[in-house]
Design a protein around this ligand. Structure first.
Ligand SMILES: [Ca+2]
Ligand SMILES: [Ca+2]
Length: 389
């Protein structure tokens, strides 16, 4: 039994070391490769090409529609997808620029700012997607070009410039934005707010420092077993009481050496940095799960829990975050009788709030309860007697 465990441990050790070495070589001398995806609007015609080598500097890649049964190129009437997925990479914002797109040799006009750099590929990988257009992605709404009207007879060539990938590809620049009066005819961007980010979990796919942890655990275990000599490993093998602790160590080892799978942990020392520019905030985050708290004086703070940060660098959960001034319970940008009646209905137990956030907005006296005092405070503000602070 013990022999089997030791062998398993050693095998794991060896494979781990091999993998670690491979990772380092990969990072030092990384060759970038990409997949190219082109599909028609109705997705009936698709071509996916893999392992296209990408270099730093200017690249030109050609998307070819597939041949039909007669060996002729299939005509694409309207583009549904045009994407470049750079394998296992991460680039800072602005590190990739699209220089030109030509369709059958003719230049296509496009709005680069409407393209999505670092889009969600829909797969659990570390690929970096340049979404020139995707009917499944955000470009469906932002429209970098009128994709439905593009006909491809021969090919699409995209020329783009690549700067070096970010050295710490695990730290990603994630963006979000805040709005107010979402339930009015004209929602408006909200500025001068604060963002606090707390870490729930970090996804780590590297095995660095884990060996050290194992060593620490081992020494702690041997100390607690109070073995007589420093040659603890051999003596523990012979002592029946120590078998238990050995088994525990093995379990620990198995967890540690699951290379290639995501290791979920909490990195208490990691303090995410966040900057606010106008209505947009940008946070530097590792892959993981985070809670975001958005606050502004006079507004009820909103907590967005459990946002997964992975391949999508502008997750939907952080888009158009709706912040409401205290008392504006229905979020239309004004405090009026409608807000009073919503709060009154809640206090009279006639109708519940739609969500927890409405409760926070209704608690204008900030005492963690919503009652008649809040109703009269909102009424006082609406009547112009006393403004809510
Ligand atoms: Ca209102
Ligand atoms: Ca209250």
């Amino acid at each position: 039994m013990r022999g089997t465990k030791t062998l398993a441990f050693l095998t794991a050790m060896v494979s781990c070391m091999t993998c670690t070495a491979a990772v380092h070589a990969d990072e030092d001398d990384k060759q970038l490769t990409a997949s190219l995806g082109l599909a028609s609007s109705d997705l009936s015609v698709q071509s996916w090409e893999k392992d296209i080598v990408i270099d730093e500097g200017i690249n030109s890649v050609t998307f070819l529609p597939p041949d039909d049964s007669k060996g002729e190129t299939t005509v694409i009437n309207g583009i549904g997808m045009l994407v470049i997925d750079i394998k296992d990479s991460y680039f800072e914002e602005g590190a990739i620029t699209i220089d030109s797109i030509t369709v059958d040799g003719k230049e296509l006009e496009f709005d680069e700012s409407a393209m999505i750099f670092g889009a969600n590929t829909g797969a659990d990988n570390s690929d970096y997607r340049i979404e020139l257009f995707s009917c499944f992605g955000k470009t469906k709404d932002t429209k970098p070009f009128d994709a439905a009207k593009v006909t491809v007879n021969e090919n699409v060539t995209v020329t783009f410039t690549v700067s070096k990938p970010s050295p710490d590809k695990r730290l990603k620049a994630v963006t979000g934005n805040v709005v107010e009066a979402v339930n009015s005819k004209s929602p408006k961007p909200l500025t001068d707010y604060k963002v606090e980010i707390s870490t729930v979990e970090i996804f780590d796919d590297e095995v660095t420092s884990d060996e050290e942890t194992t060593a620490e655990e081992t020494s702690t275990d041997t100390e607690t077993t109070e073995a007589e000599t420093t040659a603890d490993e051999d003596s523990s093998a012979e002592t029946p009481t120590d078998e238990g602790s050995t088994a525990q160590e093995s379990t620990g080892d198995e967890e540690v050496f699951e290379f290639g799978e995501l290791i979920r942990s909490v990195d208490a020392a990691f303090a995410p940095a966040c900057t606010v520019d106008g209505d947009v905030f940008t946070a530097k985050l590792k892959r993981g799960i985070y809670d975001f708290t958005i606050s502004k004086e006079g507004y009820a703070a909103r907590v967005i829990k459990g946002v997964t940060i992975d391949t999508d660098l502008a997750p939907d959960a952080l888009r158009d975050i709706d912040l409401r001034a205290y008392g504006d319970v229905n979020g239309n940008g004004v405090r009026n009788v409608t807000d009073i009646s919503i709060v009154a209905a809640y206090v009279k137990k006639v109708k519940n709030f739609t969500d927890d956030y409405q409760y926070s907005v209704a608690d204008v006296t900030h005492d963690d309860t919503v009652n008649v005092t809040d109703i009269s405070a909102i009424a006082g503000d609406v009547k112009g007697i006393k403004e809510i602070i």
